[in-house]
Design a protein around this ligand. Structure first.
Ligand SMILES: [Zn+2]
Ligand SMILES: [Zn+2]
Ligand SMILES: [Zn+2]
Length: 322
């Protein structure tokens, strides 16, 4: 008997309905988990919070998914944060170097490329249209002007500077901190790892199709299911369906190579306790020869399908035979 490999762990993770729903949405809508700064000043993964619930530990969930190679880090960013509070939403202000007033206006020095005149940008404004104050020609295209300098003029003491001091105001108590004081917090966005895309597509998109087919056939369907066995312990299954007192346990096993006997054995460990009338293990892309040899002895019906596209039809046919 094979020892359970690491594939067992993702199966446990996927059995959580919220995890499945979040990954399903990321796949179906091709979206990444992007960090945003919320009204509380903290970094949020809004989609994850929406699906997992406000109480969920999203950071821990992401860490677990990254650890299992289901999600991967995509882009890292550094957010500016208050060094005292963990808020990442400071207001940035320009401060006069001399009098510390925060009432500055931004001015730019603009050159008219035609005549070479250089002056304050406000002097080019002639009642809504742009015109050179030197040669009087109207300015029609942006390439007729060149910005040759920018500065800030304090409205309190009128001093000018091209490199003013930036001051950050924290929303927690309105205290100030500077470029020298600020903290940087590293935040990442995450996407579903290419390696598990095929597997997830099958589990997250195929299970609902199978469930829909069974509902159409008049079954009461639970998917994903938590089913209590005769021993009293609960087992997770992809699908558990009931009709006229008859039950079906259904599991989908996906691998990059033919599915190993361990998948049959772990499924059997559940069905032996649950005692369904029919136990179906779907294997994608195929079942290994060793797995097929176990099939009859364990009373598990194997359905093989190369890419998952024929699964619904094959399971339907199998149920008709019974
Ligand atoms: Zn603060
Ligand atoms: Zn001019
Ligand atoms: Zn000033």
């Amino acid at each position: 008997m094979q020892t359970p490999n690491h594939k067992v762990e993702p199966a446990r993770l996927y059995s959580d309905p919220n995890t499945r729903e979040l990954l399903r949405r990321m796949l179906a809508e091709s979206i990444a988990l992007e960090p945003t700064v919320g009204a509380d000043g903290r970094v949020h993964y809004t989609l994850a919070e929406d699906v997992l619930g406000a109480e969920a530990d999203v950071k821990n969930w992401i860490a677990e998914m990254v650890h299992e190679d289901i999600l991967r880090k995509q882009v890292s960013k550094e957010f500016v944060m208050c060094p005292v509070h963990t808020r990442a939403d400071p207001i940035v202000m320009v401060e006069c170097l001399k009098c510390k007033s925060k009432l500055s206006v931004k001015r730019s020095l603009v050159e008219h490329t035609y005549c070479g005149y250089i002056g304050d940008d406000s002097r080019f404004d002639k009642g809504g249209s742009l015109q050179c104050p030197n040669c009087g020609r109207p300015i029609r295209a942006s390439n007729e002007l060149r910005v040759s300098g920018v500065w800030y003029e304090c409205q309190n003491c009128l001093s000018k500077t091209s490199s003013p001091r930036l001051v950050f105001v924290c929303k927690e108590g309105n205290h100030e901190f500077t470029v020298a004081d600020l903290a940087l917090v590293n935040v990442d966005s995450y996407t579903v790892n290419e390696r598990v895309l095929a597997e997830l597509r099958n589990t997250l998109l195929l299970d609902p199709q199978l469930a829909a087919m069974l509902v159409e056939l008049g079954y009461d369907v639970e998917s994903p299911a938590q089913v209590q066995g005769q021993s009293g312990s609960k087992h997770s299954l992809d699908i558990f369906a009931k009709r006229d007192g008859k039950t079906i346990a259904l599991q989908v096993a996906v691998d990059t190579k033919p599915v190993e006997p361990s998948a049959v054995i772990s499924f059997f460990a559940k069905t032996f306790d649950i005692k369904p009338n029919k136990a179906v293990l779907v294997t994608i892309p195929a079942a290994s020869e060793e797995a097929k040899r176990l099939e009859t002895g364990y009373g598990v019906a194997l359905v093989e399908d190369f890419d998952g596209s024929g699964v619904v039809r094959k399971v339907k046919e199998l149920l008709k035979e019974a």
